[in-house]
Write a protein that binds this ligand. Sequence first.
Ligand SMILES: [Fe+2]
Ligand SMILES: [Fe+2]
Length: 260
Amino acid sequence: MIRIAAVGDVHVGTDGPPEGLRAKLAQVNDDADVLLVAGDLTKCGTPEEAGRFLDEFTEVAVPIVAVLGNHDHHAGRPDDVARRLADHGIIVLDGDEVVLTVGGYRLGIAGIKGFGGGFAGASATAFGEAEIKAFVHHSEHVARRLSDALARLAEAGCDRRVALTHYSPSPDTLAGERLELFPFLGSQHLAEAVDVGGADLAIHGHAHMGTERGRTPGGVPVRNVAMPVIRAAYRVYELAVPMPVAPADEHDASAVRHVG
Ligand SMILES: [Fe+2]
Ligand SMILES: [Fe+2]
């Protein structure tokens, strides 16, 4: 069993973090093998805010893997934010992947911020003005990078693969948000990237008013871990791993169990 803790949208500003966050986060060392952070670490994306974020995570001893969110881009310094996080040992993914060894198993994580565009039947198309084409092309581009990263993890022979994004790869986990906002909260391109690239679990944030659980159209479990949704410092999900000596049909390879 691989235990994956995840949280998004912590939104640490210079006015400080959510009360008691540091102590709650320290518990993750007992609860999980890795902590995923699904973007919007900061309020406005300044390196100073990134420093305040790091202050809260100093007692986390398990590997931390993060993607940035739209708020982390607001100040126009996402590279500075990412560098500051990386300097303190956080693995920041942006269209790339990492393989962690957990209990003898290989856990692959592919991450990217993602982008909007809407979902099947209500999605933007690259037609007309240059501005809408640029919007859609960017959405397609980041999704392709996620799909490629997931495919590389498959080639690397990972036992389990996780897609980590800020924007959502499923409309399911947007339930609770206004329908008008869906095109700004996720995209069908991300959904297809997860399904084509292949993953056992997809983690995202961004939809503060959304729902925790959903699936991609292809059936991959999706979890919205935005802090206002999970109302906790993190949520832990357990991924079943193959039993080396058991027949292939004696376990559900895609099983994902929610803990806590
Ligand atoms: Fe957010
Ligand atoms: Fe966001």
